[in-house]
Design a protein around this ligand. Structure first.
Ligand code: GDP
Ligand code: MG
Length: 207
């Protein structure tokens, strides 16, 4: 088995049909499928990233189509350190759902201390675009999210979107977790595998 220093759980969320499954298959297998089918079978796929001489294994969770019914459960989000919230640049409603529904649910289940990358997918469909880059960027900015546009079809920015997210998670862990810092100060990469998780925050009773 491939060895790694840290394991980060990442989740993919967003409306049905925005391209979550294809972004993941493009990242991990270099594959794109034009078929519209509900995701079946795969719970997550993994991919390793190298940062500061450390091997970070990203375990990236994909939904099994349950987002269609907005029925994602807290188990899906448990232990998440980072999320990719995906919308489709040809469908405006998917952007408003990204910030209203998906971001709210993510924060509710995962707490505030996670890194989020918002992704406007399907840039290859420029002629059908209804969400401008500026509009997506503004929505991301006003919610303090990282932002990129991608195409799961031609692969543009796919690697970059995940890579930037993993790096942001890594930087945040480094500032939050004393043990993590200690491991980083060693000259050799840490030999012990370590699963970094954050505990769910208790919900505040009022706002
Ligand atoms: N043109 C184009 N189609 C895409 C892209 N990403 C996904 N699709 C298509 O959009 C549909 C839904 O994709 P899928 O990955 O299953 O979306 P999910 O429901 O969010 O997992 C499929 O027909 C894909 O082929 C993309 O970047 N460009
Ligand atoms: Mg899917």
């Amino acid at each position: 088995m491939e060895s790694y220093d840290y394991l980060f759980k990442i989740v993919l969320i967003g409306d049905s049909g925005v391209g979550k499954t294809n972004l993941l298959s493009q990242l991990t297998r270099g594959e794109f499928s034009a078929e519209t089918k509900a995701t079946i079978g795969v719970e997550f796929a993994t991919r390793t990233f190298k940062i500061d001489n450390l091997v970070i294994k990203a375990q990236i969770w994909d939904t099994a189509g349950q987002e269609r019914y907005r029925a994602i459960t807290s188990a899906y989000y448990r232990g998440t350190l980072g999320a990719l919230i995906v919308y489709d640049i040809t469908r405006k409603s998917t952007l408003s759902n990204a910030t209203k529904h998906w971001l709210t649910q993510l924060k509710e289940y995962s707490g505030e201390e996670i890194e989020i990358m918002m992704v406007g997918n399907k840039t290859d469909l420029e002629d059908e675009r209804t969400v401008t880059v500026a509009c997506g960027n503004d929505a991301a900015k006003s919610n303090n999210l990282n932002f990129l546009e991608t195409s799961a079809l031609d692969g543009s920015n796919v690697e970059k979107a995940f890579d930037e997210l993993i790096k942001a998670v890594y930087r945040r862990r480094k500032t939050l977790d004393p043990e993590f810092k200690e491991a980083l100060s060693r000259t050799e990469p840490a030999k012990n595998k370590k699963i970094i998780q954050i505990k769910k925050k208790k919900k505040k009773s009022c706002c």
